[in-house]
Design a protein around this ligand. Structure first.
Ligand SMILES: C[S@@+](CC[C@H](N)C(=O)[O-])C[C@H]1O[C@@H](n2cnc3c(N)ncnc32)[C@H](O)[C@@H]1O
Length: 305
């Protein structure tokens, strides 16, 4: 699928942005968005409170000390409120809730709400990777690995590959490390910004970026693509899975729901107006394929040029 890029956020979008620029209204929208999600979790049988309580009982500070890189500096765009958490991605509450939140957010992707929407979404991405990438990758980097859900899922489909998960939140990485110990999975966890990973040049066959780009301003996305190009070996591939700006679902979304969504995603407009194909080509990739993989998502695959 190819798409023309609309760089104008549009009138409805500007009105919503106006509402969200008023702090108490933005706070109300975030509160509403969170309440809506927790209610939906209960409906689909995700035991949000119980799962989070269980995780809370662990000694997270010692896990944090094992993954945290004290030399990391956080870009300004990252120090925003995300997903209705004032601390954004830098805290225990988001880290302990992110997995149940993912099951809930993805539960309605294919119509009737169901807790397996998240697994279906990942499978739809992997099916495209397996079709479009001819060789089995030997070394894989999962950028924006969060608490490891995308990393474990990739390891399941490429069990022979050496896996690295990289994220900017040491809290999320602490949970990822705990979960990998539970699964007895050999994964290297790296605390770094994707723009400057400090990982060796030409050291991966596949770099996967699952649900990161919508959390970035355009310049950060461009920098990350250049860094990924540096990290890939000749014939290596980048795989990207994220919201699809061409999806009818967003075009038809009621303004109230769009306001709630935008209140939790500060870089939404930047992502929706980015010409991602062009950004990849400029970073040194062949023209990518873009394939719809859910009613709201697209998968982008590109080979190094
Ligand atoms: C929606 S989550 C990714 C979800 C994850 N891949 C999964 O499948 O569950 C976005 C992640 O991107 C990370 N992130 C945002 N900006 C980043 C950057 N510049 N470098 C590395 N990680 C970043 C956040 O900390 C967060 O964990």
């Amino acid at each position: 699928m190819t798409a023309t890029v609309n760089t104008d956020p549009g009138l409805a979008s500007r009105l919503i942005n106006g509402v969200l620029s008023v702090k108490p209204l933005a706070a109300l929208a975030k509160h509403q968005a969170r309440q809506m999600m927790m209610k939906r979790a209960e409906k689909i049988g995700v035991a949000w409170q119980k799962e989070v309580e269980e995780l809370r009982s662990h000694d997270w500070e010692s896990m944090l000390a094992q993954v945290q890189n004290p030399h990391v500096t956080y870009p300004d765009y990252y120090l925003h409120s995300f997903h209705a958490y004032d601390e954004g991605n830098l805290g225990w509450e988001p880290a302990l809730e992110v997995e149940v939140a993912a099951y809930t957010v993805h539960s309605t992707l294919w119509g009737n709400a169901s807790a397996d929407g998240d697994a279906k979404l990942r499978k739809s991405y992997h099916d495209i990777l397996k079709t479009q990438i001819p060789n089995q990758p030997q070394e894989i980097l999962d950028i924006a690995c969060s608490v490891g859900m995308s990393t474990f899922a990739l390891q399941d489909i490429y069990p022979q590959a050496k896996m690295t998960g990289l994220d900017l939140s040491p809290y999320f990485l602490a949970v990822a490390k705990y979960k990998s110990q539970q699964r007895n999975a050999q994964i290297r966890w790296v605390h770094a910004a994707a723009e400057s990973t400090n990982l060796p040049t030409a050291s991966f066959d596949l770099v996967s970026i699952f649900l990161l780009c919508h959390e970035l301003p355009q310049e950060a996305t461009r920098q990350i693509f250049r860094e990924v190009r540096r990290l890939l070996r000749p014939n290596g591939h980048i795989g990207i899975m994220d919201m699809n700006p061409k999806s009818e679902v967003y075009a038809k979304m009621p303004p109230y729901i769009m306001t709630l969504l935008k209140s939790t995603e500060p870089w939404f407009d930047e992502y929706f107006t980015l010409d991602i194909e062009q950004a990849l080509v400029e970073a040194g990739f062949e023209r990518p394929t873009i394939t719809r993989n859910s009613p709201r998502h697209r998968t982008i695959v590109a080979k190094v040029s």
